[in-house]
Design a protein around this ligand. Structure first.
Ligand code: SF4
Length: 305
């Protein structure tokens, strides 16, 4: 949604769990964005890519920037609808949900997956390290308004739970979970996804919440919201991916690793690529120093260097 600026990410947060590392230059808001992509550019790249992919569930906006920072997002979604019947999903960090113009853009999607980590201002700041203009209260109000829209998108809150190895608790304590539940009740989303960090985080002290604790928190959430609304996402891929006909596998692998670090198996599944094809590609990218290998939670990940 933002053209390649030479930065690893274009974001108004600098999350301690970010898989893209530290933000080099935190954006203050949409007005600070230079080089937002245009509806024409998105439709053109979609038409080029779309013919190589089968069985798509969604056309999804995510990646190395916060999509809602592009104020043409709504227009882009409307243009996509002219050329495709595939539903549109926007994955957002929720930071701009308090702005009516951004909400109008998000409202064009079929599904909005919005990050929500805490109902407590201090914890929320500690985890997201947001640009100073962003206020948790406005984020919560904005998400609630989005959930209330009658013909609006389905709203799923993605609750990223974290533990810390430095003795300073994050958002998975009993007190935090109760605060989260209160805030989620107020927002009233259609779905709640509970997960923890799995890829290498920006801060080494951030560690995943153990599976047993995640299950406890999921059960607590089910008791409040019902099991049809709560989904526990355990480590690994959420689902099988679409069938892809490859044009330039090396470029596709590199583009994926620019967006997020992946294990060998994750690249294989995400791109539907044979291991014997993938192995030499990764070796070439490593030799060219375009990617590096890093260990996290006992697994080896490939990420852009
Ligand atoms: S995790 Fe997402 S929202 Fe947070 S800093 Fe990284 S790109 Fe931005």
């Amino acid at each position: 949604m933002i053209k390649n600026t030479g930065l690893k990410k274009n974001c108004n947060y600098d999350c301690i769990y970010c898989q893209l590392g530290h933000v080099e230059k935190k954006l203050r808001g949409p007005e600070a964005v230079q080089g937002g992509v245009t509806p024409g550019e998105v439709v053109e790249s979609l038409q080029n890519f779309h013919k190589n992919v089968e069985d798509l569930d969604y056309i999804t906006f995510s990646g190395t920037c916060e999509p809602s920072l592009n104020l043409r997002l709504g227009e882009i979604i409307r243009e996509i609808r002219k050329v495709s019947e595939i539903p549109v999903c926007v994955i957002t960090n929720s930071s701009l949900a308090g702005r009516p113009d951004v909400r109008e853009n998000l409202a064009e999607a079929d599904l909005v997956v919005a990050t929500f980590v805490s109902g407590n201002e201090a914890t929320w700041k500690k985890i997201h390290r947001p640009a100073p203009e962003i206020k948790l209260e406005e984020v919560i109000e904005g998400l609630r308004e989005l959930a209330e829209l009658e013909s609006g998108p389905k709203l799923a809150l993605e609750v990223m739970l974290l533990e810390s190895a430095n003795g300073s608790p994050l958002n998975s304590t009993d007190e935090e979970v109760e605060g989260l539940i209160e805030a989620i009740k107020y927002i009233a989303p259609d779905e709640i996804e509970i997960l923890t960090v799995s890829r290498p985080p920006a801060e080494a002290y951030v560690v995943p919440v153990p599976e047993e604790r995640l299950r406890e928190i999921a059960e607590r959430s089910v008791s409040e919201f019902g099991k049809e609304k709560v989904r526990l996402v355990l480590k690994g891929l959420k689902k099988a991916r679409s069938k892809v006909r490859h044009q330039n596998p090396e470029e596709e692998v590199y583009a994926l690793l620019l967006r997020r670090p992946c294990t060998f198996e994750q690249v294989e599944k995400a791109l539907d690529i044979e291991p014997q094809v993938l192995r030499p590609i990764l070796e070439t990218l490593l030799m060219a120093k375009k990617i590096v290998e890093v260990g996290s939670s006992g697994e080896e990940y490939y990420k852009s260097s």
